[in-house]
Write a protein that binds this ligand. Sequence first.
Ligand SMILES: [Fe+2]
Length: 275
Amino acid sequence: MAYALEDEFGDIIGKARRGQDLSHSQIATAAGITGTELSRMEQYTLKPTETQVLRLAEVLNLDGTKLLDIATEAWAPEPPQQISTSPLEVITISAPVGGWPVNAYLLICQATHAAAIVDTAAHPDLILEQLAARPVKPTAILLTHAHSDHTDGLPKIQTATGCETYIHTDEPKPRSETRLREVAHGDTLTVGELTVTVVNTPGHTPGGCSFIAENVAFVGDAIFAGSVGGPNISLQDEIDSVRDNLLSLPDGVRLFPGHGPSTTVGEEKAHNPFF
Ligand SMILES: [Fe+2]
């Protein structure tokens, strides 16, 4: 069985290296391996020893025990359990964009059947099909960030649903059919009877944000199960904002990322080597 995480050992050490502006040779020398060996480890053509994993973790400011669990495929997050008394339902819509699976979600208020579309990905037809297949009324489009693999379907979904679209004020704006509604940290909006709170999670993009409702959070590419999104803007901002605004939530809160499986605050505190 393929390991289920979005990022494995090679991706994690590559992101940690790039995010700290360290060269291959700096890391390799400090970890006692050659630059070629490091490149091969990042590309999964060389399996590191336990000692090498722990030395690399130390050099890259990662948690060694957690990194070792991922390197040896000893951990994957527990899948969610549907609780029938929950006031909300989350539908995951995953489809490949450019060869890689991207997640969009429906957040449904059980009391009113209002639904928010979280990220429109590049497969709008699939999202519209999922909406049509259930008795829900789409009321909002929430964008965690503007990258095209998460927003290319936006105009078609706006036209089909007539929903307002919410995106963080600091985020570059994607192509849109309607005027975007800008939100900032601490803002709230409603989906039926659900209150959704916006929190800052920049670092992957300048205005990346997450949307929290009850015991779930939609986190875009800020954090993945066992890893973080590519730190295009700032790894430190990514780590600080995720720690302060997501990992400070109760352990049972389920995190739904833009790529890979969902996880929980508790699982990430215990297993994510960046924290
Ligand atoms: Fe992204």
